[in-house]
Each structure stands twice: as C-alpha cells, then as structure tokens.
Design a protein around this ligand. Sequence first.
Ligand code: PLP
Length: 384
Amino acid sequence: MSDNMKDKKFATKAIHLGRVPEDGTGSVTTPIYPSSTYRMDFPGDDSGYVYSRWSNPTRQALENTLAELENGKHAYFFSSGLAAVTAILHLLRPGDHVVAVSDLYGGTHRLFENLMRNFQISFSYVEGTDPDDFEKAIKDNTKLLWIETPTNPLLKLINIKAASAIAKKHGIITAVDNTFATPYIQRPLELGADIVHHSATKYLGGHCDVVAGAVVTRDDQLAEKLRFNQYAVGATAGPFDSWLVLRGIKTLAIRMERHSANALKVVEFLKTVDLVEKIYFPGFDGKPLQNEMSLPGGMISFTIKADLDTVKKFVMATEVFVLAESLGGVESLINHPALMTHSSIPKEIREEHGVTDGLVRLSVGIEDPGDLIADLKQAFESIR
Ligand SMILES: *Cc1c(COP(=O)(O)O)cnc(C)c1O
C-alpha cells in the first residue's frame, strides 16, 4: 500500500487500495491477469509471480485490500466461503475439539458434522450470547472457537471481545465469520479475534454475480500456515472472480449504509403488521449493538402467524424481493430458511433453535425503500 493511503478513511481505502498502477497503459483500474504462469529470469527465480495457484497479481491486489480493510496484515482469497472455512479447519489435527455457536451457517455446520468428524475433529455447540457459554464448553483439547455474528438466520449478537478474551486465556484461536457485518460495520481483529473470514459471495462481492471467500489475520505464524493450506489444497479464486470482488468492494461503504437504512425502514413497517409475530434484527430487542457493530446491516428475519402453506404463499407473492438463497447483493432477496438455506438441519434441531416453519429471512437490498415496503405490503394482503 502506498503510504499516503495509511491515514485515509474506510470509504477512500476501499476504492483506492486495490488500484495497482499498470505502467504500460496507465490503466486506472487493476487489470485482470489471466496468466497461469510467469516468466522467470533464471531457473528457480521466485522473486516475482511464479504460478497463479501460489499468487496472481489481480488476486493479490484484492488480498492486500482486504487485509487493510479488516485492519489485519495478511489476507488469502478463495474460490468460495466454504473453501476459506476449510483452510481454517485444516489448522486442526485429529483429536482436536472446536467450540462453535449453534446458530451457524448451514453449509459450515454440514462441513463440521459430515466431513470434519471423519477426521476425528469433534464439535460442541453453544448459544454464545452469554460469553460464559464458551467458557463452560472449553475442554483440554479445544483448539478453536468458532463465532458467527450476527448469527444466521436469527441475527443474535455474540460479544467478540469477551469471547476472544476467554479463548486467549485458554490458548485457543478465535475465528469469526464476518460475512453478515463486513469490515465496514464490524472488525473482529480489532476486538481480539485471531482470524476473520468471509463468504465474499455476499456483501463483499455485493451483486450476486460471484462465489468466493476470504481469510484475514494479523498473526504471522497463522498466516504462514493459512497460506500453505491455500496453496497446498488449491481452492484459490480465479483472476476474474477476484476482480469482481475488487470492484464490489469499492462501493462497500455506501452499500452498507443504504442496506442498513433500508432495513431499518422495513423493520419499522414490519412492526405495524398484525400477521408478524417476532422480528429478529441486530439491536432490535433494545440491547445496544454492544459497540461492536456500527450499523445493523441489511438482514432481517421475522415469523408470520400462519401455517406453512400460507407462509409459502407469502414468500412467492413478492415481486421486488426475489425468492432465492444467498444474501448481500444490491437486489433484495426473500428466503424461507426451513425449506431453503437450513433444510439440511433436522426439523427438531432446527425448531429448537427457532428456525420454525413461520420464519422468513430478508436480505434487504439497496432499491428504493418505498418500493420494498409496498412490495411486502401487497404480499401480506395476498395471504389475508
Ligand atoms: C454463504 C455463507 C458461507 C459460505 O460461503 P460460500 O461462498 O457459499 O461458500 C459461510 N458463512 C456465511 C455466514 C454465509 O452466509
């Protein structure tokens, strides 16, 4: 990074950090370098780029930007969020134990239970809204504390500072999935976490047009291992996907402001609807955002007082909100967790965690808020 960017604010950095000057043409944006391999000056010359699985100029421009935006030191970019998760899990060895929050992204839960268990890694799940939950679940062989906050889909808040302090006391690494908040709203490394990771498919990319993931740390030793895992396993992101996320990040600050402002307006509307039973939204229960998030973000979950068929009818009745999985794009999406994103979790476990048949999750986009509210209003009318 050029020194003159060091003291600039987030929105400026997000736009300028990833600009790698290209002398030949004076290109203002970083080019996409598709080359898989790079010319050497002599056999074994590894002073520059060598092979794209190891490093690529477009991907590197993005990795440098992400490291800085998360206030970390090293960042690695992957072909999906779950590839990033896997690189972290590969820090573990057979016999190790992980304490994780229970309201977890479905795909992460599947990877833990259906794959990592085969390698003698064990997992305990705790609610985590009380930091004591973590303390109680830690065993002698616990090596990793796994936090997602806000959680998905119930948007509960975990206190990163308190949780990572507990982990540190026991010599345990804390990893935080920062997909929902993004570094614009919450920076876990500043709060004591060792690793922060993302599904860049969501807000970092921001346009529902790329699948990718990222891992960031300040710790040099962890970085060396994560970099080895990235290179040795090979789930790196390609140059075009890296470039899309580099472009997406330029508007991250303004998008997160608008996602949050729109979501607040939608929540105000939902409060007036008699068919709505419960609303889940960061800070909604009156508790402050624990000073860890600067804005609530764009995700809202709520329950509808109706049977499954009626709720299904509701999620199919919106026109601006698109019925689709995923989140974090400029376009608003509507999701039925029990039938969609969280269908792989057994019904009893799901319901025990509050993912009931009446639950609906919104990813509020950056469209005109009046249009979004009118759309939800007509969908509610359609089920009366
Ligand atoms: C989507 C998501 C993931 C997985 O990322 P992919 O890019 O789909 O592999 C992990 N964590 C959270 C919170 C997510 O929303």
